[in-house]
Design a protein around this ligand. Sequence first.
Ligand SMILES: [Zn+2]
Length: 494
Amino acid sequence: MASWKDVQFLDAKEQKALQNRLLQRFVERQLYPFSPWYKALFDKHSIRPGHIRRVEDLADVPFTSKNDLLATPEDPDRPRRFVLHPSPELIRAHWPALQKVQLLAQRTLFGKERVRKDLRREYYPIFVTFTTGRSAVPVPFFYSGHDLDNLTESGLRLTDTLAFREDDRGLNLFPYAPHLAFWQVAMGGIAAGTLVMHTGGGKVAGTEGNLRALERIKPHIILGVPGYLYHLMREALKRDLRIEGVREVVFGADSVPPGLKQKAHMLMEKLGSPNVSVLGTYGFTEARMAWGECPTPDGSSSGYHVFPDMGIFEVINPDTGEVLPHEADGELVYTPLTGRGTTVFRYRTGDLVEGGINHEPCPYCGRTLPRISSRLSRVSSVHTINLKKVKGTLINLEELGRVLADDLEIEEWQVELRKKDNDPHEVDELVVNIALKAGADQAGVEARIRERIKSHCEISPNLVRFLEIEQLLDKLGMEREMKEKRFVDARKSS
Ligand SMILES: [Zn+2]
C-alpha cells in the first residue's frame, strides 16, 4: 500500500506500475501460499502464481462468485477456506529468501515471541462482518489486526474524499450490526479525529432518539441508509424542528437514486440547512471497505473514488465474462491487493455499472483516483415475471425503483410482485404502492408514473395503489428493518 498523500495524484502510468507490483507480490506471497481455496483453484487450472505479473494477467484466473462462498452440506466450512492461513512450513516454502532473512533478523533482534505475536496480529481473525443481501444467506468475512488497520486507512481516505473537516461533528445513523457500513464510519471517524456520535440507527435508537441526537449534537455531517435518513428528515419537518448547520448528508449501504438526493436536498433546505451536499458511497462486505463521492457545486455525481493501491476493479460482460474497456457498461469485478483474513480474488460483485470507471482526473477535487460511475444496480434485482401465460418478461426492479424515487411528488413507494388471485398457477402481477406528497395530484402522478415505467422498463404495472404514508411506512418496515422492504416478491409464498 502506498501513502494516501501520494496515491491520490499518481498519473495513469505510475498507478499501473504500482498495481502490477502489488498484484504480483500479493499473489506470490499471500494468496497462493496461504489461501486453501485459491491454492486449489490455481493448481486446478495450472496457473503458476508467478504468471500473474500484470493487471491484464488477471484475465487468466477464473472468477469467484457469491455462490462459491456459500457453505454446502458437503462443504460446511466453505467460508473458512477463503481465510489466509500461514504456517512455518508454508512460509519456508513460498516466501522469497530476502523476506525470510528479514523474519529471521527480527527473531534475533526482538525474540521469537515478538515475531509470533506480529504474525498473529497480521493473520489471525479477530473481527467479523457479514454480507447483507436482502434475500441471500449471510456469509462471514473475517478481519485480522492488519485488516482492521486497512479498514481504518480506508475510513480515513473515505472521510477525506467526502471532505470531512477536523472540527466537524458527525452523526452516524447506520444500523448497529456486524455490517460494513456501521464499522467503516466508526473506524473512519476515529481515524479522522472527528467527533462522531453513533446512535445505532432506527432499530436501536428509534426515530425519537435519533431526532433528539440531531438536536443535541447539531451535526455538520449525517450518515445513514438513504431510505431511513429521508424518513428521519421528514419526521423532523413534521415536528417543526430546525436542523441548521448540516453541510453534508452521506448515503450508504443501499443504492442512491439521483432523485432521492434531490428530495433530501429540498427537505434539508426546509429544515434550515440550505447549502447541504448530498453524497453517495459505495462499498461491499467482500471488499471490507467503502468509497465515496467528493462534493460538487451543482450536486452532480463525481463518481466513487477508489484506492488503486488497495484493490483492482475490472468491468466485464456479465454474460460472457469478457474483460471490457474501463468506461464500458458491465459488471464490476474486484481484486484486493492488501487483504488478509477472508480474501476473495477476481470477485464478481453482481453490481452492474452504467458508464464504467472513469480514469480521467476528477474535475472537482483533482484526484487521479479511478472513479466508479454512480449509476449502479444489482444483477439480483433483475427478475423474470410472467405477465402472460406465454413467456416471461425480464424486469430490473432497481430501475423501476429509480423511476419512483426520482418523482418529486412521490413521498414513499414499494414494489410488489404477486400471483393473480393468490393462485400459484396464475400469472404474475406487478403492483406499485405509492404515498403521495401533500398536495400532489393523484390522477396526474398515476398517468406520469405509468408512462415512465412503460418507457424505462417496457412494462405496465397491473395496479398502482395509493396508500396513506403511515400505512406504507409500516409495509416498508421503516423502523423495524435494517433496510426497508422496497421490493416484495410474494410469489413464492403464495
Ligand atoms: Zn473528486
